[in-house]
Write a protein that binds this ligand. Structure first.
Ligand code: CTP
Length: 316
């Protein structure tokens, strides 16, 4: 898999933070939180100014038309054709154009969720976003069991975990994994040009509704991803945004109250106990193109401003 932006390690040690910074995070974790509704509306207006509004988030049969071309979000020089097969994958209109949810959970993959007992809080929301097809089975107490939108990232999921979906056994393993998820399965079909061929194998599988009842394929609009990326660049986030921050941005467009769980890119918790990187596997010190500390600090500021609520410790 060739990633045009290269890789740099980003697994951070929280002890790089000063003692007052850690103390401030502890205080925020336990202090009561107040929602800032006007702030959320203002944030949405800013997104609209960058053409990053939720109206454009996925491809539909209104945009693009068959035969038209779209630009890949991560290879801006390359164009992909919207074939009639791809057009058939698209819904007539976006399921997000008219809905809003009072309360949402967005679940990141951090090891901070282990023994967190956050499952009930996560599942108590009206709409639940999950990133990158994580494990739920066996972790229900900590992460819940419900899902309404789950991202399936081409590189980190299909290439790395499912061997580019080359064999029947890769497909079977993938379909077994999908059994634990409901709702929308969000795919960046036009992210990396090199990912299109194997992403298409997944899209075909997901489109065959007989195999996966109650789950719907949605294909992200590459121009929306770029617009969200441009928006965050104005907030001094210079590197490519993570799936997590992209989904948080989407949630802020759709939800009156956005609750974040499992967003903690540090190797220790607030009490300096060591943590796994992911709650569900043993990936250690991953390589990443994202700047998780910058993203975390941005989200923490949004927590302080009442735009979203971060859950930074156990839920009990
Ligand atoms: N995350 C976090 N702290 C961790 C692990 C993950 O804050 N220790 C957040 C990040 O925002 C991340 C999201 O949870 O994007 C989902 O985690 P993961 O599946 O590991 O995402 P990445 O592979 O890093 O993201 P991408 O798909 O964008 O490459």
């Amino acid at each position: 898999v060739i990633d045009p932006e290269g890789e740099a390690t980003m697994w951070m040690d929280i002890t790089n933070h000063s003692a007052p910074q850690i103390e401030e995070m502890r205080a925020l974790a336990y202090k009561s939180w107040t929602a800032n509704k006007d702030g959320v509306l203002k944030f949405r207006q800013q997104l609209e100014e960058y053409k990053a509004s939720v109206m454009n988030t996925i491809l539909t049969q209104n945009n693009p038309k068959p035969g038209q071309q779209v630009r890949y979000s991560l290879n801006r020089d390359a164009l992909a054709n919207i074939t009639s097969e791809i057009f058939d994958f698209l819904p007539e209109e976006s399921p997000f154009s008219k809905v809003r949810f009072p309360k949402c959970s967005v679940v990141g993959g951090s090891g901070i969720l282990v023994n967190s007992k956050c499952g009930e809080g996560i599942d108590g929301a009206d709409f639940i976003f999950r990133c990158n097809l994580p494990d739920l089975k066996g972790f229900e107490m900590d992460v819940g069991r419900k899902s309404n939108l789950t991202t399936i990232n081409t590189v980190s999921i299909i290439a790395k975990r499912y061997n580019f979906m080359q064999t029947m056994s890769d497909s079977k393993k993938f379909i077994r994994k999908l059994q634990g998820f409901q709702g929308y399965l969000w795919m960046p079909l036009f992210g990396l040009k090199s990912g299109l061929s194997y992403s298409m194998r997944v899209a075909r599988l997901l489109h065959k509704s007989g195999d996966i009842p109650n789950r719907k394929l949605i294909i992200s609009n590459p121009e929306h991803f770029v617009a969200v990326q441009d928006f965050w660049r104005t907030k001094f986030l210079s590197t490519r945004i993570s799936t997590g921050l992209y989904v948080v941005t989407l949630a802020l467009s759709l939800c009156d109250e956005t609750n974040l769980y499992g967003f903690w890119p540090f190797s220790r918790d607030l009490n300096l106990r060591p943590l796994k990187y992911h709650y569900y596997d043993d990936l250690d010190g991953p390589l990443s193109v994202h700047s998780f500390t910058e993203e975390f600090n941005t989200m923490l500021k949004m927590h302080k401003d009442g735009l979203l609520r971060m859950h930074l410790d156990q839920c009990t």
